[in-house]
Design a protein around this ligand. Structure first.
Ligand code: COA
Length: 207
């Protein structure tokens, strides 16, 4: 789905300002390793701040409430920096796993924390979760112009398999459907293991 057009909610400049002010009140320091945990209802508020800064059409909080409480196929995670329990939520993402099929529904990193491999860390977590739950393939949709996200997915073996015309209602943009298969096969597992090792090394080096 990544991102299904549920409802339209635009971020106002005031909202943007309050999110940044909120982050700036936190202790400064170099970003560290992400602590990735299951998203709970208590996380929806910080998640909504990142959501508003990341997507032109945001999910309403009720969509996350429903995903967390009603959808047994859904698995959502947040990533914190700093204290593992109380540090800032800077990233989140989710998948659906339906038998051998899995779907990335959303993934986002706070704009101030992008380009530091947090998105990649979270994607690796989602992929491992899908594999552990028995998925053999994984799909998602991304905006045709979202080259950053597409690059990230391509790095992890996704290829574009089709286009959904005018999928996004805000501007009529096409979605590309991306897919990766044979997740449980040796080839993919080895690729994931190699990329994970490279990711660990890059985090050690750059953060
Ligand atoms: C997409 C997103 C999650 C990536 O997270 P990130 O933490 O900024 O990305 P990372 O630092 O982990 O980078 C991982 C890979 O993404 C790609 N990437 C990241 N930034 C990029 C950029 N500025 N230009 C091109 N590719 C980029 C690269 O493939 C990179 O790997 P590499 O450096 O080895 O080439 C983040 O940009 C985001 O939240 N975007 C807005 C929400 C969104 O579009 N979500 C996806 C919906 S489908």
């Amino acid at each position: 789905m990544c991102r299904a057009p549920i409802t339209v909610k635009r971020t106002t400049p005031n909202e943007r300002h309050s999110v940044r002010a909120d982050l700036e009140q936190r202790p400064p320091g170099q970003p560290q390793r992400l602590t990735i945990t299951r998203m709970t209802q208590a996380d929806i508020r910080p998640v909504m701040r990142i959501e508003a800064l990341s997507f032109t059409t945001s999910w309403p909080p009720s969509a996350f409430v429903s995903e967390l409480s009603d959808n047994k196929l859904a698995h959502y995670f947040i990533g914190r920096v700093g204290d593992p329990r109380t540090g800032n939520v800077v990233a989140y993402g989710g998948i659906w796993v339906i038998l051998e099929d899995s779907h990335i529904t959303t993934i986002a990193v706070h704009p101030d924390f992008r380009g530091k491999r947090y998105g990649e860390e979270l994607l690796v977590h989602l992929l491992n979760e899908a594999i552990e739950r028995g998925a053999s393939w994984i799909t998602l949709e991304a905006r045709e112009t979202n080259v950053v996200a597409q690059n990230l997915y391509k790095k992890y073996g996704f290829t574009i398999v089709s286009t959904r015309r005018a999928y996004y209602s805000d501007n009529g943009e096409n979605a590309v459907v991306m897919w990766a298969g044979h997740l449980r096969g040796d080839l993919y597992r080895n690729r994931l293991a190699t990329l994970s090792r490279e990711l660990d090394a890059a985090i050690e080096r750059d953060r």
